[in-house]
Design a protein around this ligand. Structure first.
Ligand code: PAF
Length: 287
């Protein structure tokens, strides 16, 4: 028989459960998700378990972070399947708010941080990070966890969330989770299911190209040369490239010339209508 799992749909119920645990001296980790769970999400839950005695996962497909022409309507939803996976993974409580619980009539506040969100994914997806920052702020204030875990696949999102938590003095530790990949290197994503069979074969090339760029940077090649070469290779394989960029891993500031310290190679590209993102860390080789 499938394991059952406790679910709550309101802030009041969520806070009541967390309060019980607090009274018993337990610690709490939150893993926010939009559902359609895969092994990447489950790895975040594994990380959360190393940091707290109780684990809350949230499932909320946040309309505020989708543009008007984006995939909010067709974003995969599988509540029963997700709950079975979360039960199996040992999550204690799943918070599944309705849209009206998250954004009641008259909701008017937005969390914006222009400096970190105007380029890279923010350039192609105006208001996306405002939607993410607003909903994550709400989730953190609703649950009040000790720790919250976010994947590095959405690297810009991770830095946005760290900045919000720092700026707004939200008392939570943000813990990153490494990217989980298919055997051929494709980063796991709930959107990979949109790919046709042919696109799915091509998709791992994004990771290959970013990894080659990371190796070239480590060997002393300049940022401009490796990003141009990466873009060229991707376009040659049929991707419509949004960006290939080399950035400071803490601030996302653009880097130029040969790298002198750690860097993140980041890429976003379309295959058909599916937008794929990925990133790879690098650092200069000691010579
Ligand atoms: O990464 C995601 O799944 C979402 O952006 C998040 C952090 C759950 C906010 O809706």
């Amino acid at each position: 028989m499938a394991a059952s799992i406790a679910t709550v749909r309101t802030v009041k119920e969520l806070r009541a459960e967390v309060a019980k645990w607090r009274k018993a001296g337990e610690t709490v980790a939150l893993v926010p998700t939009m559902g359609a769970l895969h092994a990447g999400h489950l790895s975040l839950i594994g990380i959360a378990k190393n940091h707290a005695t109780r684990i809350v996962a949230s499932i909320f497909v946040n309309p505020a972070q989708f543009g008007p022409k984006e995939d909010f309507k067709r974003y995969p939803r599988d509540e029963a399947g997700d709950l079975a996976k979360l039960a199996q993974a040992g999550v204690d409580l799943v918070y599944i708010p309705h849209t009206a619980e998250m954004y009641p009539r008259g909701f008017a506040t937005k969390v914006t941080l222009p400096s970190l969100t105007e380029d890279l994914c923010g350039a192609a997806r105006p208001n996306h990070f405002e939607g993410v920052a607003t909903v994550v702020t709400k989730l953190l204030l609703q649950c009040a966890p000790d720790v919250a875990v976010f994947g590095e696949k959405d690297y810009q999102q991770l830095l946005v969330i760290k900045q919000v938590v720092h700026d707004l003095n939200i008392p939570v530790q943000i813990v990153p989770g490494s990217i989980v990949r298919e055997e051929d290197g494709l980063a796991l994503s709930s959107r990979n299911g949109y790919l046709s069979a042919a696109e799915r074969k091509t998709a791992p090339i994004l990771h290959q190209v970013l990894s080659e760029a990371a190796a070239a940077l480590a060997n002393g090649e300049g940022c401009d040369a490796v990003t141009s070469a990466g873009r060229f290779k991707l376009e040659g394989k049929g991707f419509r490239v949004d960006y290939v960029a080399v950035r400071d891993p803490e601030t996302l500031a653009p880097l130029f010339g040969p790298i002198k310290g750690p860097a993140r190679v980041m890429g976003a590209a379309y295959l058909g209508t599916t937008r794929l993102i990925d990133n790879v860390p690098t650092a200069p080789k000691n010579r």
